[in-house]
Design a protein around this ligand. Structure first.
Ligand SMILES: [Zn+2]
Length: 323
């Protein structure tokens, strides 16, 4: 676990530190971190540029399931005679590295792609993966958001619709089960959490759960209020994840160390609940948003969780938005 986390921080921390540092230098340090975050020229573009050069790390789990790390969200792959089944498609710019990583898992063709939600770092690979043979399956809101211009206020970014081939062709409202490569793959919608398009993916026999972005392992999560996410939804999503896992379950988070477990998931849940409580208390005491950010309501957690793309002040603002 520790090795995998270090690996993540050193590779991913690099480009994000550069982004923050550049914004700070360019503005003489006058911007709040939240403003600097939005101001940093096209952070989404920076993510895409980084994905274009990042290497992909492959983690083999069990029952022919692997996780590919390094192209946006963590990608699960099930191999077998029915073809490769991918859970999330990463960032399109990683196509060359992903193509090689997928080929290294065997010669089965790519046959299915499931999107855990609509965000670009999980779906911008849809177009090339469809062209490579994948049938794309998702919750119906994912298809809706990928079909229209979508603005995410807290990323300060307008996402354009995907081309036709990248849009999911098979959608469902609440639940859907696939039987592929001898595995029972259960797709289940969360109540709105990180977005209102989130689904969990459970590989029954292998006891492996992909949570999408309802769980970020070891880093503060993004919460997308523009498409239905909220802090209370994130906590409820964590409760739902805890309810369906045991100490033997392998848990694949949307971001962060890609091979996780129930105790790390519990720590994520407890962090969310504690910071929410602190912010509620400060708000009840009449503090403004800026005063609450300055009060560092996540101080007890910042050292452990604040090293990812969502820094402590930005996370405080995201929680504040929902209480
Ligand atoms: Zn997301």
């Amino acid at each position: 676990m520790q090795a995998s986390k270090k690996h993540f921080m050193s590779r991913r921390g690099f480009c994000l530190c550069c982004v923050g540092g550049a914004a700070y230098a360019a503005t003489g340090g006058w911007l709040t971190p939240r403003e600097a975050f939005a101001e940093a020229r096209g952070l989404v573009s920076t993510f895409k540029d980084h994905a274009a050069i990042a290497s992909i790390a492959t983690h083999k789990l069990r029952n022919n399931i692997s996780v590919l790390e390094g192209s946006g969200g963590n990608i699960a792959v099930l191999t077998g005679p029915d073809g490769k089944v991918l859970i999330d498609g990463g960032i399109g710019a990683s196509r060359p590295q992903l193509t090689k990583a997928l080929a290294d898992l065997g010669t089965d063709p790519i046959s299915h792609l499931v999107n855990t939600h609509w965000h670009f770092d999980h779906t911008s690979g849809n177009e090339w993966l469809h062209a490579a043979g994948a049938k794309i399956i998702a919750q119906e809101n994912t298809r809706k958001y990928l079909s229209e211009v979508e603005r995410v206020e807290d990323w300060d970014y307008n996402f354009l619709p995907l081309r036709q081939g990248g849009i999911p062709s098979e959608v469902f409202a609440a639940e859907h089960t696939l039987k592929l490569n001898g595995a029972t793959i259960r797709l289940k919608r969360y109540t709105p959490a990180h977005t209102d398009s989130d689904i969990s993916v459970t590989f029954g026999e292998a006891d492996v759960l992909h949570t999408g972005d309802t769980y970020w392992n070891g880093i503060y999560p993004f919460i997308d209020y523009s498409t239905g996410g909220s802090i209370d939804g994130m906590i409820a999503g964590s409760d739902a994840n805890l309810a369906v896992t045991t100490n033997k379950t392998i848990i694949i988070p949307g971001h962060g160390g890609p091979v996780s477990n129930k105790s790390e998931l519990q720590a994520f849940h407890d962090m969310l609940a504690a910071i929410r409580e602190n912010i509620v208390t400060l708000k009840k005491n009449g503090k403004s948003k800026d005063e609450i950010v300055a009060a560092k309501p996540g101080a007890a957690f910042d050292a452990k969780w604040g090293g990812g793309p969502i820094d402590p002040d930005f996370f405080t603002r995201l929680v504040y938005e929902g209480v």
